[in-house]
Each structure stands twice: as C-alpha cells, then as structure tokens.
Write a protein that binds this ligand. Structure first.
Ligand code: URA
Ligand code: SF4
Length: 212
C-alpha cells in the first residue's frame, strides 16, 4: 500500500485531521467501510488509549469505542479512576476491516494486516503529536505492533510502565510512558470475564498512577 502519509495535512488540529481522514486512500480498507473513524476526546487529554480498528457500530456511527467493547472500556476507566475528560480514545487503523458472509450478510470483523497497520500509522502518530499525552495505553496486539513493534507481546508486557521514545520526527524533548494491556474485546471473549476485567482495571491503574 502507498500509505496515509500524503493524505495527512501538515500543521492541522484534530478537527482538521478528522475531516481529512475521510479522503484517505492509503490502503484498500476505505473501499468497503462506511467512513473513517478518527479518535475522540480533546487535545488536552493526558491519556490516549489506542485500540485496533473501528468495529461494526463505530463504522456506522463514526466514533471510536461506542459499541460493546467501548462500554466495557468506559466502565474499566471509571473503576481505574481515569476521567473520561482526561482521555482520548482512538485506533491503530481508521477504517473497519470485515468480511461479509452468511444469509444475513453479517459483517464479520477481520484483524488488520501488518500492511494496514503500517499504512495507517501516520494518522495515529499525528494524533499523538498533537495531543502529546503523558501516558499512552496500548490496548491489545494491534496497537502494540503499531507503537512498540512486531516483537510486542501483550502477555509479556501488560501492566508495565514503558518509557516512550520520541515518535518518528517528534522532538527529542518528548517523554512519557506506554502502558500495554489487553483489548476490551478480549475481556468480552474471556472464559472468566470478571478476572479479565479486573486485570484490565489493574493495568489501567498503572496508567492512572503515572499521571502527574
Ligand atoms: N475495538 C477497537 O479496537 N476499537 C473500537 O473503536 C471498537 C472496538
Ligand atoms: Fe487510510 Fe487508514 Fe483508511 Fe487505510 S485504513 S484508507 S490508511 S485511513
């Protein structure tokens, strides 16, 4: 894929990005999705939470984490003491990847490939540059691959406070942390949901404590 780079306007704000992302043709995912979904929250957010990609509801409504995983994430943030107004939520990939099958033509989520993650990364790094958060919560494997590289493993790195080097061309004065954790959808799929939820909250508390 060509990648999103040439579709990202220079020197714009989050609203400018939100408009521009609708015209992105950086990979093939714009073709079947309803719309692109940028993050939501303010540029003053101290915590950014990065998920995978919009789901079915997010694709229809045009906002991240508004479906079942989003409701669970909202509860976990509240339990961890992170205020919604302090948090900006976004995704590694801005268009919904799915397969349509069955008689009802239900849209089945498909995990984005490394090529989609890499193509879409300029939108994410630009959001992060504008917001310049103290903590970036990495929700699951896709966000981990986007931000921490191909060797990232959630099970090994979750709940850790990882110093964050500057992103790409970001100035070297940047400091802050990554806190990886499981994706809220993994909690919904877990055999023991209560334990998985408690684990997510406990990792989010690490992020909350890192805020000064
Ligand atoms: N899962 C994600 O990773 N992001 C969303 O916005 C919704 C579900
Ligand atoms: Fe552009 Fe990302 Fe959508 Fe691909 S998924 S078309 S790179 S916004």
């Amino acid at each position: 894929f060509e990648g999103a780079e040439r579709y990202v306007p220079a020197g714009t704000d989050l609203d400018g990005l939100r408009r521009a992302v609708q015209d992105c043709r950086g990979c093939d995912l714009y073709e079947n999705a309803t719309q692109a979904v940028l993050g939501s929250g303010t540029a003053a957010a101290r915590v950014v939470l990065v998920g995978e990609q919009p789901g079915d509801q997010e694709d229809r409504q045009g906002a991240p984490f508004v479906g079942p995983a989003g409701r669970l994430l909202d509860r976990a943030l509240a339990d961890a003491g992170i205020e919604r107004g302090d948090a900006y939520v976004t995704n590694s990939v801005k268009h919904f990847r799915f397969q349509q099958s069955g008689p009802g033509k239900r849209r089945i989520h498909q995990t984005p490939d490394a090529a989609h993650i890499s193509a879409c990364r300029p939108w994410l790094t630009t959001e992060l540059r504008i917001i310049d958060p103290e903590v970036i919560v990495v929700l699951g494997a896709t966000a981990g691959k986007a931000l921490l590289g191909p060797s990232f493993r959630v099970t090994k790195q979750r709940g850790q406070l990882i110093p964050r080097p500057p992103l790409d061309d970001e100035s070297a004065t940047q400091n802050g942390f990554y806190v990886p954790t499981i994706h809220p959808s993994a909690v919904l799929r877990a055999d023991d949901r209560d334990a998985a939820f408690a684990g997510l909250v406990s990792d989010l508390k690490v992020a909350a404590q890192a805020l000064h």
